[in-house]
Design a protein around this ligand. Structure first.
Ligand SMILES: Cc1ncc(COP(=O)(O)O)c(C=O)c1O
Length: 407
């Protein structure tokens, strides 16, 4: 019987009465939450000797010492009590200063809410804007978590595919417009994007903003890779074109810029009039982020621009190396990503990316994420995270190129 894990009906121990399997008593939205297609390959290949893991969305370096030291000082100093729901005032000030520095505009501390990673910022944004039976539009191929979180909350995620062209991935505004229904409440825009690297230009952002204004929709702007941009300057942002009253929620994270994926700390930026509501949503979910972790986050923002710049420089060299080696096979198609740290490439003749990712583990001893994990529009592609040491990347790319040559 489904859900019991064994092929018999479940029964209540004392009475012996046959009942529904426990799992069938859960909400359907929870029960039906899909398992990540990336995890499946990771579970298969994890722990293999000599495997080069390029499947997850993180780099190979641990968090820098100056960030760790600040958190440890907080912990040693007894910062182990309940704390501010929206984040400690010093961290919210540092977030405002960081945004002023990088986005060239005024920001105030009360626009920032500290969250458990970018993921909680996304969940809070959905909780605040979309309910059961509503719809939220997102662009695919896409990092699967937005659609997953929406569906778990009862909101229907509506995929609008980006188009792949000779000039890279293209966002079709008419296709977004066509996907809007009376139930649509939000559009999720991730730029620079995971997994494609698609980076919206200012005109595209303006067109999405105009569309959202016309239909009264919220934009959930995931610009977590805005500073992981290889054009010399940060990527274009909704911040550049918005007015304060626009319905835009920005989700962000410490994870990628400062090698802090395991810390689980991020932030949400919203109009200050919304801060109390988000504070309340935090109260009734996680009740805040550990105070000593927030001390590390302050160090990252205040002292971490140099580390971030060195990471972006390293990632750019890594991107160029991997693109050259795979491009030389003559059997792959990709657009060189202007931002984030992923190469999303199609291999001639590859129809089943999941099968290919398992085979690459077996034959090349390299871990990649299958394109199908990023939605239907990702089938035929593989995602490679190039945020890693150059010598290992060179080895990995050569092994993949060999595998391509033999398939
Ligand atoms: C596009 C995008 N948004 C949000 C996140 C979530 O970040 P965090 O690890 O801080 O939850 C990720 C992580 O991979 C991501 O790629």
């Amino acid at each position: 019987m489904r859900g019991c894990g064994i092929d018999i009906a479940c029964s209540v121990p004392e009475t012996g009465a046959v009942t529904m399997p426990l799992i069938d008593n859960l909400r359907a939205e929870a029960r039906l939450a899909p398992t990540s297609g990336i995890e499946a390959v990771m579970d298969y290949g994890r722990g293999r000797s000599g495997l080069i893991p390029l499947w997850a969305g993180e780099g190979d370096l641990p968090t820098p010492d100056f960030i760790n030291a600040a958190a440890m000082r907080g912990l040693a100093g007894g910062e182990t009590f309940y704390t501010w729901q929206a984040g400690i005032p010093e961290l919210r000030e540092s977030l405002a200063a960081y945004h002023r520095r990088h986005f060239g505009r005024e920001f105030s501390a009360d626009e920032f809410i500290v969250t458990i990673g970018g993921m909680q910022a996304i969940v809070l944004s959905l909780l605040a804007t979309c309910g059961a039976g509503d719809e939220a539009i997102y662009l695919t191929p896409a990092w699967p978590n937005f659609a997953g979180a929406a569906a778990v909350g009862g909101t229907k995620p509506v995929a609008v595919p980006l188009r792949s062209s000779d000039n890279g991935w293209v966002c079709d505004i008419d296709a977004i417009e066509a996907a809007v229904t009376p139930r649509t409440k939000a559009i999720f825009v991730n730029t620079p994007a995971n997994p494609t690297g698609w980076t919206a230009d200012r005109e595209t952002l303006q067109a999405i903003l105009d569309l959202s204004r016309r239909h009264g929709l919220w934009i959930i702007a995931d610009e977590i890779y805005a500073l992981f941009h290889f054009g010399g300057r940060r990527a274009p942002s909704f911040v550049d074109i918005m007015v304060p009253e626009d319905r835009i929620l920005f989700v962000n994270t410490f994870s990628k810029n400062w090698a802090m994926t395991g810390w689980r700390i991020g932030w949400l930026r919203a109009h200050p009039s919304l801060a109390r509501t988000f504070e309340n949503l935090i109260q009734y979910s996680t009740s805040g982020v550990a105070q000593f972790l927030q001390r590390g986050a302050i160090a990252a923002l205040d002292e971490g621009d140099g580390f971030l710049a060195s990471q972006v420089e390293r990632a750019q060299a890594a991107r160029d190396l991997v693109c050259r080696i795979l491009g030389d096979t003559g059997r792959v198609r990709f657009s060189v990503p202007p931002g984030a740290f992923y190469l999303f490439f199609a291999v001639d003749g590859l129809a089943d990316s999941r099968k290919a990712a398992f085979e690459i583990v077996d034959k090349a001893n390299v871990g990649l994420a299958p394109g199908s994990a990023f939605g239907e529009a990702g089938e035929g592609y593989l995602r490679l995270c190039f945020h890693r040491r150059l010598d290992q990347l060179e080895e990995a790319a050569n092994r993949i190129a060999d595998w391509i040559g033999k398939t």
